[in-house]
Design a binder for this molecule. Structure first.
Ligand SMILES: Cc1ncc(COP(=O)(O)O)c(C=O)c1O
Ligand SMILES: N[C@@H](CCCC[NH3+])C(=O)O
Length: 438
């Protein structure tokens, strides 16, 4: 397993993260356990900030909280001077509860409910990223009822196909998100909004997809957005101040993954904006981005306890752990590949190829197919790396399996930031109607 961030093998031959021995973390908190390397998250935030500072552009880096949205993470994002992207009242509530400055929160989503819009307007949200015509009218109406003027970006689809899994590709014309530039709907949306008295247009937003390893897609998106901005200026007499190019910066999950340095992504984006907007003689806009995975993905490691085996001679050996698709649905959803190691026997040589199965009642509940490991036994600790993004965030209670705890580790200290769900939590919202007792 590749050792990310502060991960290392210590003198006892154990995996250590943030100066904490993972076997001690398991003793203290149990398994499955999400371990987040705080220094690694902070370093990523600083890489983004420094790269933008070097570009000379005005900027906002909005952490896409969907990747991992808990109050401690919102606090950390605030400390690092980031903005925050939320997509539901739940994420907004989490951020507000954590005391995140509301004027630095951006509200996304393709089907924001009236309740969500009201909540965000009342809270004084920094901006809405408007996704469709219905939302535009609703937002104007709700803001009007409150005598408020709300800032917006328009989410546009620039017609760029990112080289990634279909389910996480969003910039193409056939997408449920945003207004298409190519078919004229993006222009029509801006034209409509100009006449809405409770809306202030800041700019446009484009997000082409996730887990992207090259810069070409971002360059193309910047180019199309610049041409579009120029057309809008000529035809509608409005100059956009903000261009948001979304997130999508890839990370290394496994051997063969080739993400770029954060500074390379940022340089490509800022240079493309500079060139493309320069070519059409446009005042340089403020640049916003929304990294999620690249902020937290490789800072996360999940620790599991190994339980049972099923060895099918000549076919395959299954090794089951005490979690699975309920804490990490990504292999089942996207065929994502993860790396792992035995955290308590980290120096031992690999001896067998096994398949790591989860404990859910589902044949597709596999975490890793065909991985080389030392011969493991009941009670060993399996560490799976790169689980910081879209793992806890996408965890479920399928089979009424309880969601794991999350700890932040740094400089030899661990802090619980999400408690393990209890059995009481599992039935907390259940009710038995009176008549069923009769
Ligand atoms: C609008 C938007 N912004 C930001 C992100 C974050 O993407 P990533 O986690 O790949 O950086 C996403 C998710 O793909 C998104 O849909
Ligand atoms: N959930 C996806 C990323 C999509 C993000 C939202 N647009 C993943 O785990 O890779």
């Amino acid at each position: 397993m590749y050792l990310h961030g502060t991960s290392r093998i210590n003198g006892q031959g154990h995996l250590e993260i943030g100066g904490c021995d993972t076997t001690a973390l398991v003793e203290q908190y149990g398994t499955p356990l999400y371990v987040m390397d705080e220094a690694q998250i902070r370093q990523r935030a600083r890489e983004f900030t420094e790269a933008f500072q070097a570009s000379g552009f005005r900027f906002q880096i909005a952490y896409a909280s969907k990747a991992f949205c808990v109050m401690a993470m919102c606090k950390l994002a605030e400390q690092e001077g980031l903005s925050l992207d939320v997509v539901s009242d739940g994420e907004l509530f989490t951020a507000l509860k954590a005391g995140f400055p509301v004027d630095r929160i951006h509200f996304h989503g393709n089907n924001k409910s009236p309740f969500e819009i009201e909540m965000a307007v009342d809270a004084g949200i920094g901006c809405f990223v408007v996704d469709n015509f219905t939302e535009l009218q609703l937002l104007n109406e709700i803001a009007g009822q409150r005598n408020r003027r709300v800032k917006i970006l328009f989410r546009v689809t620039p017609g760029v196909e990112a080289h990634t899994h279909d389910y996480i590709s969003t910039g193409q014309t056939d997408s449920k998100f945003g207004f298409d530039i190519g078919n004229g709907q993006a222009k029509q949306a801006i034209e409509t909004a100009i006449n809405l008295s409770n809306i202030e247009i800041l700019g446009i937003h484009s997000h082409i997809g996730s887990q992207i390893f090259e810069v070409e897609g971002f360059r193309m998106a910047a180019e199309r957005v610049a041409v579009f901005a120029a057309t809008i200026r000529t035809e509608l007499d409005i100059t956009l101040q903000v261009i948001n190019l979304g997130g999508g910066f890839g990370i290394r999950y496994k051997e063969g993954d080739t993400p770029l340095q954060i500074s390379q992504y940022v340089k490509a984006i800022t240079e493309a904006i500079k060139n493309c907007f320069g070519q059409v003689n446009y005042p340089l806009p403020e640049i916003w981005v929304e990294p999620g995975r690249s902020m937290v993905g490789d800072a996360g490691t999940t620790l599991y306890t190994i339980g049972t085996y099923k060895d099918i001679p000549g076919v395959r050996k299954y090794v089951a752990v005490d979690g699975g698709m309920t804490d990490n649905p990504r292999p089942a959803l996207y065929e994502s590949v993860y790396e792992a190691m035995l955290a308590n026997r980290a120096n031992e040589a690999n001896e067998e190829i096994v398949t790591i199965a989860g404990k859910a009642c589902e044949s597709g509940d596999m975490l890793i197919w065909d991985i080389s490991l030392p011969k493991s036994k009941w009670g060993d600790i399996l560490a799976v790396s790169c689980t910081g993004a879209y793992n806890y965030a996408m965890a479920s209670n399928y089979n009424r399996i309880r969601r794991p705890a999350v700890v932040f580790v740094q400089a030899g200290k661990s802090d619980l930031v999400v408690k393990r769900e209890s059995q009481a939590d599992i039935v907390n919202n259940d009710l038995i109607p009176e008549r069923l007792f009769g």
